[in-house]
Design a protein around this ligand. Structure first.
Ligand code: DQA
Length: 146
């Protein structure tokens, strides 16, 4: 049986395609999810998707992932940089969580260089566009090293 993976997207990622295309590209969240779904099929994995602009909803979804999924791919958006509550939720659940970002957070404003969730995540993958999600998929499917 392949892996069952939850792909979570946080605040403002519902506006992909419209939002700062110079940074995030022209693809919509729907297109991104479709690309990830096809890549998962090729890896014999199943993926579900969750997007929310609300911190508490993201935390609830992390809690609910326990016992259901084998791992989580998380783009926490700006919460990455300051949400200790999301960090604590990741630490609490006994699941591998891979932190992903479309843009290279280390090449942008100073406040984006810090990820408060990185220490509790399995890996951080940043700057590869949708490729960040695909690399995370490989990691969780055991097909790539960090
Ligand atoms: C992001 C980077 C964050 O700094 C930003 O707040 C986002 C998107 C990315 O995917 O590049 O919302 O996580």
């Amino acid at each position: 049986m392949g892996k069952h993976i939850l792909v979570m997207n946080g605040p403002n990622l519902n506006l992909l395609g419209i939002r700062e295309p110079g940074i995030y590209g022209n693809d919509t969240l729907e297109t991104l999810c479709e690309t990830v779904r096809r890549a998962a099929e090729e890896r014999d994995a199943a993926v579900d998707f969750f997007q929310s602009n609300h911190e508490g909803a993201l935390i609830d979804a992390l809690h609910a992932a326990m016992g259901v999924y084998d791992g989580v791919i998380l783009n926490a958006g700006a919460y990455t940089h300051y949400s200790y509550a999301i960090r604590d939720a990741i630490a609490a659940i006994r699941l591998p969580v891979v932190e992903v970002h479309l843009s290279d957070i280390h090449a942008r404003e100073a406040f984006r260089h810090v990820s408060v969730i990185e220490p509790v995540c399995t890996a951080q993958i940043s700057g590869l566009g949708v490729g960040s999600y695909l690399k995370a998929l490989d990691l969780l499917c055991g097909e790539a090293d960090v």
